[in-house]
Design a protein around this ligand. Structure first.
Ligand code: SF4
Length: 333
């Protein structure tokens, strides 16, 4: 049985100070992922810091220059917000495909971004080699089941994928995460927030000890209003993505050509994976011409390094990108 103390924190300064004083502290917000970590023995906290009373972090603000989401906003509340639904539809669509309604009612946005991989070896209660769980112990997935693992950006240290749906939507919209520490605040793009595994696979994100996510900011853009999320999974509900796509597109409705587009993939890498070459190549192409849209993906997908069992993700992801762009373009047309 794990024994730990519980403390309710009422200010951000107190939270980061306590985290710095005691690195074995673990933050409690919605607690849905923390419950998994405790059950699986992934964390062994000495002290839980309940941050649910931190002021201002439960707000959703839509302004002309963009959207601000407090880290304590619950997934269900963000998904139901009318301005978010009309101005940034990719976000509620991604949220609606995450977990169950009960979990979405409880889970916080900050906690969702800080989920850890669903790699079965990482989550196993058996003591298996896992560099993410125990640095330097090896990676059981390299010689094991790799169907759900990464095809982009993996290393010999870790081939896991990140499970967050909404992180993929936020990456496509060029969102930033604001981090608070005893030294002040800093903003990190969501795309840079998630690290590649490299030779430090135990580090999932750019977050440093004693740093706290306070806010997620999504800038206003010409592409946000026509944006969509498509999640491909092995069963219809309560399942993580084999492949997912967030697409945000600005289309000239008279000519049907793409003026601007943002694309991010989920289920294929250690974090959301943008497709920059495809975004460049797609500008000026007819959105309805599937073969030309597909053709624009080739350069980015040439970087894919499938493993024994997950080569199917390449074709699946390409087709999902084409479909998601078209679904996004149909919004409001
Ligand atoms: Fe651990 Fe990563 Fe290997 Fe999975 S893929 S066993 S998380 S090191």
């Amino acid at each position: 049985m794990e024994v730990f103390s519980y403390e309710r924190v009422s200010g951000c300064d107190d939270a980061v100070r306590l985290m710095r004083e005691d690195p074995a502290s673990v933050l409690l917000a919605g607690g849905t992922e923390l419950a998994n970590w405790l059950k699986d023995g992934i964390v062994h906290p000495v002290r839980l810091l309940d941050i649910n009373s931190l002021p201002g972090l439960d707000l959703i603000e839509t302004k002309p220059d963009g959207l601000r989401i407090g880290a304590l906003v619950r997934l269900a509340d963000l998904a139901a917000d009318p301005k978010v639904r009309s101005g940034y539809p990719v976000i509620p669509e991604a949220l609606s495909r995450s977990a169950s309604q009960q979990l979405r009612n409880t889970a916080s946005m900050g906690g969702n971004l800080l989920q850890r991989t669903r790699c079965p070896y990482f989550r196993s209660q058996a003591d298996l080699p896992c560099n993410k769980r125990r640095a330097g112990s090896g990676c059981a997935a390299l010689a094991g089941a790799d169907r759900g693992q990464a095809i982009f950006g993996w290393s010999d240290g870790c081939i896991a994928t990140h499970p967050s749906d909404v992180a993929v939507a936020l990456a496509a919209l060029d969102a930033e995460v604001t981090l608070r520490s005893p030294a002040g605040t800093r903003n990190v793009p969501v795309t840079a927030f998630y690290r590649l595994p490299g030779d430090e696979p135990h580090r999932d994100t750019a977050i440093e000890p004693a740093e706290l996510i306070t806010t997620i900011t999504v800038p206003a853009s010409s592409v946000a209003r026509r944006s969509w999320y498509l999640k491909v999974r092995e069963r219809r509900s309560y399942e993580f993505a084999l492949v997912s796509v967030a697409a945000a597109v600005d289309v000239d409705d008279r000519s049907g050509t793409i003026r601007d587009v943002r694309l991010a993939l989920g289920g294929v890498a250690h974090g959301p994976w943008r497709l920059p070459a495809a975004e460049d190549a797609l500008r000026g192409r007819p959105v309805a011409d599937r073969s030309r849209v597909l053709d624009a993906l080739e350069k980015d997908f040439a970087q894919a390094r499938p493993r024994r069992e997950n080569g199917f993700k390449i074709e699946l992801a390409k087709r999902a990108v084409v479909r998601t762009i078209q679904l996004a373009a149909e919004i409001g047309s």
